[in-house]
Write a protein that binds this ligand. Structure first.
Ligand code: DP6
Length: 334
């Protein structure tokens, strides 16, 4: 038997300036650039073993066989890696997340970032950060932002090879906390991939995209200067714009629950009284409340008592995707 294995770890990320809509759905070339922060403490670990004893790819996520569409997405990435490496071996993929899937944290981001790194290394490739980011993007757009560390910008780019993510500041640059307010962990009716394909049906998407360079510049600058006031206003504006597009797509997508608006209003009220906190909402009902870590206890206390809140999880800025110690690129023969 001959086998080549590698194990990688990646964090999910929360977008401050959102990716929503593609100019090329197949390659996941985004309509606009985006900015995010990796989430330390939340992680996916993926082991890939290309093994000549296998007659098909085998995939387990948290010990279970995933559904057909997830399996197909993973197989597509494995095929791309096999083609790049010039190998034909099937792979056994074992992936585990330490956070509940569906808790309002994009597991596809950490999942495809960890898979891109583990699969490419197991296949004997040594891809640089840009190529890894590009490969991860093919699996899930937001996954390209989980390859570099800390605060990350995904450049809109001109084509496949330069629409990649780069770090704009290290995790230690700014001590921001993300209080993830979980209202529901039920699977969403319309997943991000379908939602991304519907974005262009909203008459508001063109205006959102046209204004994106301004929001990106404000957000980048606010992060670099650690200016929470500017950061809060552009992050909330960007989240509201994305949800306006979602709600006006054809068919319309309503990801919020009543409790979502309750939290948004509570955060706005708390900020008007001096609490450095702001909200952002992804493609689901759960709310990410961002705050400077010196003040993190206050929003957690405030949020836990609000109607509909099941859980508040706390994360801070995290590092890049990385190979784990026990991962080996060597070929094992037995
Ligand atoms: C709302 O990256 O999950 O979280 O490319 O189809 O996997 P696919 O979509 P995905 O979309 C993420 C959308 C978002 C905003 C963001 O993370 O930028």
């Amino acid at each position: 038997m001959s086998s080549r294995t590698a194990t990688a770890l990646a964090h999910p990320n929360i977008a401050f300036i959102k990716y929503w809509g593609n100019r090329d759905d197949d390659l996941r070339l985004p309509a606009n650039g985006s900015i995010s922060m990796n989430l330390e403490g939340l992680e996916t670990r993926t082991c890939v073993d290309f093994n000549d004893s296998l007659s098909a790819d085998e995939l387990r996520i948290n010990g279970e066989n995933p559904d057909r569409s997830a399996t197909e997405r993973v197989r597509r990435m494995l095929n791309e890696v096999r083609q790049l490496a010039g190998i034909q071996l099937f792979a056994r993929v074992e992936s585990r997340t330490n956070f509940p899937l569906g808790a309002g944290i994009a597991s596809s981001a950490s999942g495809f970032a960890a898979l891109a790194l583990a699969a490419s290394r197991a296949a004997g490739l040594d891809l640089n950060e840009a190529s890894l980011s590009c490969l991860a993007r093919h699996g899930s757009g937001s996954a390209c932002r989980s390859i570099p560390g800390g605060f990350v910008e995904w450049k809109v780019g001109t084509g496949d090879t330069d629409s990649i993510a780069v770090s704009i500041a290290s995790p230690g640059h700014w001590d921001l906390g993300d209080c993830i307010v979980v209202l529901s962990s039920a699977p969403k009716a319309t997943g991000s991939s379908m939602g991304n394909q519907l974005a262009g049906t909203s008459p508001l998407q063109a205006a959102r995209v046209a204004d994106a360079p301004r929001r990106l510049a404000f957000c980048r600058e606010a992060i670099l200067r650690r200016n929470f006031g500017t950061f809060a206003s552009v992050v909330e504006e960007d989240s509201n714009l994305m949800h306006a597009v979602m709600m006006t797509s054809r068919p319309p997508l309503f990801y919020w629950l009543p409790g979502t608006l309750g939290i948004i209003q509570a955060v706005q009220a708390a900020r008007s009284q001096g609490l450095p906190a702001c909200y952002t909402v992804d493609a689901g009902p759960n709310v990410h409340v961002l705050c400077e870590r010196t003040a993190v206890e206050q929003p957690v206390k405030l949020l836990e008592g609000l109607p509909g809140v099941r859980e508040v999880r706390l994360a801070r800025a995290g590092g890049p995707a990385r190979l784990l110690e026990d991962s080996s690129t060597a070929e094992h023969a037995s």
